[in-house]
Design a protein around this ligand. Structure first.
Ligand code: ATP
Ligand code: MG
Length: 488
């Protein structure tokens, strides 16, 4: 059995690990059992990136949320009836905490009665087997995998399987969800699930998807890495018009959606983790007029602030692009500082769609040259230390100056950099000792009082140590020989 705790800890980002530990700690202190559930466990098992942390507690999550808020977390939405909290943990890490519950349907398709339950009942009421797996975070069973519906084997078979025959009748929005998961993961529908899906469409159940449910799906779609594949699948199954007739009528602008997905990949490669929900939503709604976009989002239950954020985004991005291309940010170091603070969704939007070529080329330089150059800072720090500069504000200023010079193509070689560092720091090279011809031979091979240039990317090490390294290696090998003799 794989070690799920190890898998989890090795895959979490530091801020996600901190959030997980805090939720675990608070749940234990309040006497609640807590589990990692849903998409987080599915993504962990399938190797997909862990976007958010979904927790389920056998208890009321609002108590935990209040404590988390004290530590800087932000509650994004709270459904008191469902006991479900959407949360932004401190460290900018998204997630949710929900109470374990069972949805009891008196008759298929009616409104379910909610009953607080154990984790096992909660997993069984979920939509698909691959979403119905949990990992225990409780002291006595930490790392134990709970998989009551055998989701792991469906993941292995690359199939999405609905858990009960009434799955789509009970919640028609699952018609959109099942296609979203299948398209996202490249899975097919399990045979019986496919039959239930076809039957639901035959019975026109897709016409009963509520606008709010469709809105939730659209929101999730905009957070997907490859929304184009999902949109195509919805379109092929005539479900796009169930999200909104206007979307189907105006035909999708999949080029824009794909262009933004490609930029996301480029940003990942450059070490950034962009959240592209807002520009992606705009790309999805691309062919609609502003007025139509607003009315569609309102109808689908988007909050006013959300709609405003989406509709004002393009203007915001345009203004940021203009400032970036302006005279005030002509020096690369100033453009770098501006870009470092720029929101990654704005940066991505400009990269994908802006016709401001100056702004775009600065963003490209930032990603492909300036950020990698910035990674060489530890080497500059070592070099400056090696020539004898004590730490302090002046030290930091010199490092910054060298970085700014490097951005304009100077200080590429270690020798050149040491010269620049000496000039900026005012630390002169110690005078070479006057040596007679005879003495010269005696000192040959030793470096006295002079800092040797250090190549970028390598840690500084005193030259003398480098010289003695082979001798040490030889010594280290010696005991092996002794052992051999002993064994004989
Ligand atoms: P994503 O990666 O898109 O966030 P997710 O699986 O985490 O995927 P959420 O919408 O965040 O999706 O839901 C969290 C979990 O809640 C799901 O994994 C699933 O177990 C359960 N869930 C969500 N919507 C439904 C639904 N309509 N019916 C049953 N279970 C659902
Ligand atoms: Mg989720």
């Amino acid at each position: 059995m794989p070690d799920y705790m190890f898998l989890l800890e090795s895959r979490l980002l530091p801020e996600q690990r901190a959030a997980l530990l805090r939720v675990q700690e608070l749940s234990a202190a309040m006497g609640f059992n807590v589990y990692l559930t849903g998409g987080t466990v599915r993504d962990l098992i399938t190797g997909a990136s862990l976007r958010d942390l979904d927790f389920t507690v056998e208890g009321n999550p609002s108590k935990i949320a209040r404590e988390l808020e004290k530590g800087g977390a932000k509650v994004l939405a709270e459904d008191e009836k469902l006991r479900h909290v959407e949360i932004l943990f401190s460290g900018d890490c998204e997630g949710s905490i929900a109470a374990a519950r069972d949805d009891h349907y008196v008759r298929p398709g009616t409104r379910p009665e909610i009953r607080w339950s154990t984790i096992m009942e909660d997993l069984r009421r979920r939509d698909f087997s691959l979403n119905a797996i949990a990992i225990s975070l409780n002291p006595a069973s930490r790392g134990l995998l709970l998989d009551p519906t055998n989701g792991l084997s469906d993941v292995e078979r690359a199939e999405v399987r609905a858990l009960i025959i009434h799955s789509f009748t009970n919640q028609p929005v699952r018609l959109l969800r099942v296609l979203r998961f299948a398209a996202r993961m490249g899975f097919k529908l399990e045979q019986r699930t496919q039959e239930w899906f076809d039957l639901a469409i035959e019975r026109d159940l897709h016409h009963t998807i509520t606008p709010e449910d469709a809105g939730t799906e659209l929101r999730s779609l905009a957070r997907e890495e490859n929304p184009a594949a999902i949109l195509k699948s919805w379109e092929e199954h005539d479900l796009l018009e169930m999200v909104h007739p206007m979307l189907a009528k105006k035909h999708l602008d999949l080029d824009s959606v794909n262009r933004l997905s490609k930029v996301r990949d480029d940003l990942f490669m450059a070490g950034l983790r962009p959240r592209l929900a807002t520009p992606m939503m705009l790309a999805i709604l691309g062919r609609l007029k502003d007025r139509e976009q607003g009315s569609l989002l309102h109808k689908l239950g988007f909050r006013v602030a959300e709609v405003d954020q989406i509709l004002s985004f393009e203007e915001e991005a345009h203004a940021a692009g203009k400032e970036l291309a302006g005279k005030k940010l002509a020096a690369p170091i100033d453009a770098y500082r501006f870009l470092e603070k720029m929101r990654t969704d704005i940066l991505a939007h400009l990269l994908a769609f802006s016709s401001n070529s100056t702004a775009v080329s600065k963003i490209r330089a930032y990603l492909n040259k300036w950020r990698p150059l910035r990674q060489g800072i530890p080497a500059i720090v070592n070099e400056l230390t090696a020539i004898g500069m004590p730490p302090g504000p002046k030290f930091d200023a010199v490092v910054d100056q060298v970085f700014a010079m490097q951005m304009t193509g100077r200080g590429k070689t270690p020798e050149e950099r040491v010269k620049i560092l000496r000039k900026l720091s005012g630390i002169k090279e110690p005078p070479k000792p006057k040596e007679t011809k005879g003495k010269e031979k005696k000192h040959a091979g030793k470096i006295v009082g002079k800092a040797a240039p250090i190549p970028v990317g390598k840690a500084a090490a005193p030259p003398a140590k480098i010289a003695t390294a082979p001798a040490k290696a030889h010594k280290a090998a010696a005991p092996a020989k002794v052992q051999k003799k002993k064994r004989k």
